[in-house]
Ligand binder design. Structure first.
Ligand code: SAM
Ligand code: DTB
Ligand code: SF4
Length: 325
């Protein structure tokens, strides 16, 4: 039985990461079966509640105001419309609903009050509600916890060393501080990253090491393949080779055995067989719906067909892994 621990050395993780691929997938699959119900994959739904016009300079992001992309700026949505979108998502089998805002940080203003109402309303629908709103203070995290927020997404995105090549308008420490504010408020943590941004294997290993050595593992670890968007500094990057994605998923599964590992952005380019390998390697969640935040995602019906063919069952809300972290 693999044990959840928090003192990973980079050498330990490198050894796992460098295991021959099929062997690695099998090892990750074994760990997965020890901690999770196999064949269950959570369907999460994403909604961009405030789009574009962001002041940050994240090199991958189509929503940064400074890059010339086709994203149309949209102000904060109305609560009723968010609830309608959550109802549609739930009817399609989603048990988690994630609301994203293109903000650098949360401000204590009327928009935040509206988000608190949205969280309350969707939580009352018995879904795991997740928000990703940028940096949070301890008191803002507490307000979100008080209205019942289940999870907060805040990605480390890459290693501390590579971070400044990707974002200059905030520091890695700022990210870690928000994660600790979220944890201390009693909200579950969702944090992962993006691969395919020109990082080295050491950067990937470093990011996993930081996540796996947090005092408590994030309950949820999204692994995104970069979606290159024209107009962003990373818009001309070549697509990430699939075998690097599956290697990253398998390594994340082994170092954080009880966490949900989410096969996130970048699924549009993957065949069903490739996604099946990701599920064997321990991925147990996808974002479904034909749009992520601003970029396309596979058609809902295609995903349902994949679930049927592979014999996957959508995971219910709030069911935890077989061993608590
Ligand atoms: N503004 C908030 C923040 O940055 O934390 C929340 C929204 S932001 C769009 C959420 C995450 O989406 C980012 O941390 C990044 O990991 C992911 N993301 C954004 N653009 C992406 C892209 N082109 N490809 C893959 N992932 C992307
Ligand atoms: C995460 O790690 N991936 C999701 C979610 N958390 C918020 C977002 C992916 C966004 C991809 C680019 C876009 O659609 O704008
Ligand atoms: Fe803004 Fe978030 Fe995009 Fe960075 S990733 S530019 S903070 S919306």
């Amino acid at each position: 039985m693999s044990v959840v621990h928090h003192n990973w050395s980079s050498g330990d993780i490198r050894k796992i990461y460098e295991t021959p691929l099929l062997e690695l997938i099998m090892e990750a699959g074994t760990v997965h079966r020890q901690h999770h119900t196999t064949g269950e994959v959570q369907i999460s739904s994403l909604l961009s509640i405030k789009t574009g016009g962001c002041s940050e300079d994240c090199a991958y992001c189509p929503q940064a105001a400074r890059y010339n992309t086709n994203v149309e700026v949209q102000p904060l949505m109305k609560t009723e419309d968010v609830v309608l979108a959550a109802e549609r998502a739930r009817a399609g089998g989603a048990s988690r609903f994630c609301m994203g805002a293109a903000w650098r940080e949360v401000r204590d203003n009327r928009d935040f009050d509206r988000v608190l109402h949205m969280v309350k309303a969707v939580t009352a629908m018995d879904m795991e509600v997740c928000c990703t709103l940028g940096m949070l203070t301890a008191s803002q995290a507490k307000k979100l916890a008080d209205v019942g927020l289940y999870a907060y997404n805040h990605n480390l995105d890459t290693s501390e060393e590579h971070y400044e090549q990707i974002i200059s308008t905030r520091k890695y420490e700022d990210r870690l501080e928000t994660l600790s504010n979220v944890r201390n408020a009693g909200i579950t943590v969702c944090s992962g990253g993006i691969i395919g941004m020109g990082e080295t294997d050491d950067d990937r290993i470093g990011m996993l090491q930081t996540l796996a050595n947090l005092p408590q593992h994030p309950e949820s670890v999204p692994i995104n393949a970069l979606v290159p968007v024209k107009g962003t500094p990373l818009g001309e990057r070549k697509r990430l080779p699939f075998y690097e994605l599956v290697r990253m998923i398998a390594t994340a599964r082994i170092v954080m055995p009880a966490s949900a590992v989410r096969l996130s952005a970048g699924r549009l380019e993957l065949s069903m067989a490739e996604q099946a390998l990701c599920f064997l390697a321990g991925a147990n969640s996808i974002f479904a719906g034909d749009k992520l935040l601003t970029t396309p995602n596979p058609e809902f019906n295609e995903d349902m067909e994949m679930f049927n063919i592979l014999g996957l069952k959508p995971k219910a809300a709030f069911s935890t892994s077989l061993e608590k972290v």
